[in-house]
Design a protein around this ligand. Structure first.
Ligand code: NAP
Length: 236
């Protein structure tokens, strides 16, 4: 299939697995993150140091033509509403929403050129805590709710050439969520909450992102896909 992809947060967790799943068919993958993380050297992969909470980000080194982009940086800041300070909401909003805005504005010229060649696709990440009321999730749910709104707005604004979709995971075994997997007992306690009997793996989410980035999903835009072991829709 080919194509150039830019993965914000492709150095760890779900983003890293997206890079791995794109490698067999991508021409080039640019990874933007604050650190190398667990990203291995590969001839198709170009790494850029970038912190999306900073201003004046430089996108001049990404390819001129880009066919797919993913924004992965996110937060899990779980506290009671009483314990959350306004600054916590600002932090979550900066990483989840404003970072995505900076990323998409930086990539837009290259995405438009990719769309002129064939089509272009954007994938964002939300959380199951937007569609489900989960206690202790007020700050992250508010920020990710904004991400879902951004997804639908941009899907409308950029149709028909650039598709914009979003994935809403439940608990997935990544560095971000490592405290929930700190012992076999914790892991099991989390797993039994899911209708499908387990928590998520980065590969579960990356497979969905890969689908949304390719022409297999060419008639989908403006969607928020729940990839959550059944948590958002089923009761056992
Ligand atoms: N894991 C879960 O249980 C879960 C559940 C629901 C939703 N999600 C969402 O799924 C997405 C991916 O989550 P994940 O668990 O894979 O996260 P992760 O393990 O923390 O990986 C996040 C990636 O983003 C990069 N990153 C984080 N902050 C950044 C910043 N300020 N600037 C640049 N890069 C930054 C990280 O690299 P550096 O640290 O090197 O910068 C890393 O490559 C997130 O949006 C998250 O909210 C995850």
């Amino acid at each position: 299939m080919g194509g150039n992809f830019v993965i914000a947060g492709g150095s760890k967790g779900i983003g890293l697995e997206i890079v791995n799943q794109l490698l067999p068919f991508a021409d080039r993958i640019d990874v933007l993150a604050r650190s190398r993380g667990e990203l291995a050297d590969h001839e198709k992969v170009v790494r850029h140091d970038m912190d999306f909470t900073s201003d004046n980000l430089d996108f001049s080194n990404i390819p001129d033509i880009v066919h797919g982009v993913v924004y992965c940086p996110g937060t899990i800041n779980l506290r009671s509403f009483r314990a959350l300070k306004p600054a916590d909401f600002v932090t979550d909003f900066e990483v989840n929403l404003l970072g995505a805005v900076k990323f998409l504005q930086g990539c837009l010229p290259a995405l438009k050129k990719g769309a002129a060649e064939k089509t272009a696709s954007v994938v964002m990440f939300s959380t199951v805590a937007v569609s489900q009321g989960l206690s202790m999730h007020a700050s992250v749910a508010a920020a990710k709710g904004a991400v879902e709104g951004l997804t639908r707005s941009l899907a409308a604004e950029w149709a028909p050439k650039i598709r914009v979709n979003c994935i809403a995971p439940a608990l997935t075994d990544t560095p971000l969520a490592s405290r929930f997997f700190s012992s076999p007992e914790n892991r099991e306690a989390m797993a039994v909450k899911y209708p499908l009997g387990r928590t998520g793996l980065p590969a579960d989410l990356a497979a969905t992102a890969r689908f949304l980035l390719t022409n297999e999903s060419s008639w989908m835009t403006g969607q928020v896909l729940a990839v959550d072991g059944g948590m958002s829709t089923l009761r056992k």
